[in-house]
Design a protein around this ligand. Sequence first.
Ligand SMILES: [Zn+2]
Length: 283
Amino acid sequence: MTTVPPEDAKSRQQAPAIVCYNVESVPRRNEAFIEAWRAELSVVDTVIVKPRDASTFRVPAGYGFRILSVEGSQVGDLNLWNANNLSERFFSGKTRQLHASHVTRGDRLWTNIPNMRPMATITYDSLEWYGWDEDGGGVHDVIGTRCDPYTNHVLNGVDYHHCCHSNLTRAMAEELNLPAVEVEHHIHDVLNVFMCTGFTLDTHQYFMKASPVRPGDYIEFLADIELLGALSACPGGNCGSSHSDDETPCYPLHVEILKPSDDALAQFHEESLSAYDRTHGLI
Ligand SMILES: [Zn+2]
């Protein structure tokens, strides 16, 4: 049954929008440090992520990593964990609230409660120019979860095994040398790297459009803590048409592991766990 608007409906709707969190209070990495850290990065390893598949990678604290588009326009789904404690992992929801629905240079990826600390800082984004398009879309979202076989089964009634959720699960099963069912719970909401998304302006539904990423583009991160990462090359390719099937052309992604200079590493400090006392008001 539809509702009848109250007489003051308009004025209630016209209450001012207030940004929930004081962004000025979010701790940032010092810009001069980032500049010095970036000045002498050397690539110490390159991990190849095959199309419709995922790979894991490790990054020491203070090192960095780049996710690169190669061969063709391709979207990636990224999971990150504290390499020494897999229960501490990327918290896309709070990252969204602290920064925005899409992240770029200077923004940080935060870990889940009760850890609640930056785990990676975005130090470069070749798609920073994209900003917000006329549909309200942006790049690198933290609003989508990841394509998964369960949702696909609900909507299409078929089993598809190369959704990002399954790709990440297989990669973690190999990394931890455990069966898929024992590692699946580690997979969490992703950073949708290179993906162009938003909410439709009229119905507020999640939309995707062809990613603006091209070979040579990359997003670069500083590891604020020691990281285990997993990246899936989404079966949706550039996510300009469909996903959760084998219809769209897909391309590999590369992950470069970056070592800074010894001087930059000496200046680096690892981020600390939340200092909240965790009593929640109980004595
Ligand atoms: Zn996907």
